[in-house]
Ligand binder design. Structure first.
Ligand code: ASP
Length: 355
């Protein structure tokens, strides 16, 4: 991969106590207004000018910037592979990693990285901002400074948060449990089905009981084979079998995240179940997640979901759509048989669901 490395001459002290690698992918944090008034990403050198205090931190900071910083709406599998590759290549040299990323797809990227980076034992903290760093009231400075602190936080010499997280607006959330819920206010992310891993105020209060424990015997493995022959199908009253059959007829389609109602309910009519059954017979995997931000799919709780269980739809339990679609892409890329994909969809890979 072709990327730029910048080593910051931070801190006036001679020996830095810790080190962080920042991966700058783009996003509003580093955007500026172009001539037409639209926000476009700019390079990291300009960001540093906006936060001179970074130079005074007692952290050795290195920055790797994507050659072309992106609006995260353009993120793709190759960007995920680049992020995972950079972390894997530099894993032993840093205490932690901060990924600067647009908020729009941050929950997808954090979910995917949580699956790809197996055996992770160091913090990988995604953050970004709702306002560019150059804006007077920007949230970028606070988000970045606290993310750096979390990425280097240790207890008895071990990282406090050895997992992929999103830090945003005072909250540290497990990456594969988070969801973007706000495009205007600063509290952009929520994790309805899992408690925050930490909250920052005067001090950073770590909720260690819900943080994944260190598994120091495990080595990091970067699993980069992914398969995007997948889609999300959101149910709505009025959906027809014509629409559903057309989706399931897409050539090469291997898996569908079905966004159902409430606790995993769907129409129970014959035409609907018939369409799902035909798809499953063709070998398409159907994974059921709820349109609700909180709660979980319980297939069989209502009559309207019992049939889903009977035809072979897999319950996504309390997974977010973001965690579910990336898990499907990951498992379809990794596993040899559809049976293995189906089996592993039902168990947590990186704390993304409550078993
Ligand atoms: N469109 C931007 C992005 O996701 C929004 C943001 O950064 O908050 O890259």
């Amino acid at each position: 991969m072709n990327y730029k490395i910048v080593r910051l001459n931070t801190s006036f002290r001679t020996s830095k106590t810790s080190s962080v690698l920042i991966i700058y992918t783009g996003g509003t944090l580093g955007m500026a207004y172009d001539d037409s008034g639209a926000l476009v990403p700019f390079n990291f050198g300009q960001i540093l000018e906006k936060i001179p205090i970074l130079y005074n931190m007692n952290i050795a900071i290195t920055v790797i910037s994507f050659p072309e910083p992106i609006d995260s709406s353009n993120v793709s599998m190759s960007h995920w592979r680049d992020m995972a590759y950079i972390i894997n290549e530099n894993y032993d040299s840093y205490d932690g990693f901060v990924v600067l990323h647009g908020t729009d797809t941050m929950a997808y990227s954090a979910s995917m990285l949580s699956y790809m980076l197996q055996g992770l034992n160091k913090p990988v903290i995604f953050t970004g901002a709702q306002l560019p760093i150059s804006a007077m009231r920007s949230d970028a400075r606070e988000n970045l400074m606290t993310a750096l602190e979390i990425a280097t936080a240790k207890i008895n010499g071990s990282p406090i948060v050895p997992e992929v997280c999103i830090f945003f607006n005072h909250m540290l959330l497990r990456g594969n449990r988070a969801k973007k819920v706000q495009s205007v206010h600063f509290d952009a992310f929520e994790s309805e089905n899992y408690p925050p891993l930490a909250e920052s105020g005067i001090v950073i209060d770590y909720h260690t009981a819900v943080i994944r424990p260190l598994e120091s015997q495990k080595k990091l493995i970067n699993r980069s084979k992914l398969d995007n022959n997948v889609m999300v199908l959101k149910l709505f009253p009025g959906i027809t079998d014509k629409i559903m059959d057309a989706c399931f007829a897409i050539s090469g389609l291997k898996g569908v995240v079905l966004e159902t109602y409430g606790s995993g309910n769907s129409p129970s009519e014959k035409w609907f179940m018939g369409s799902l059954e035909r798809a499953i017979k063709k070998g398409i995997i159907l994974l059921n997640v709820s349109q609700c931000n909180g709660g979980r799919v319980i297939q069989g709780r209502y009559e309207t979901s019992r049939e889903l269980l009977n035809v072979g739809v897999i319950s996504g339990a309390d997974m977010t759509t973001e965690a579910a679609i990336t898990k499907l892409m990951f498992l379809l890329g990794q596993e040899k048989s559809l049976e293995d994909v189906r089996r592993k969809l039902m168990v947590p890979l990186a704390g993304e669901m409550t078993a």
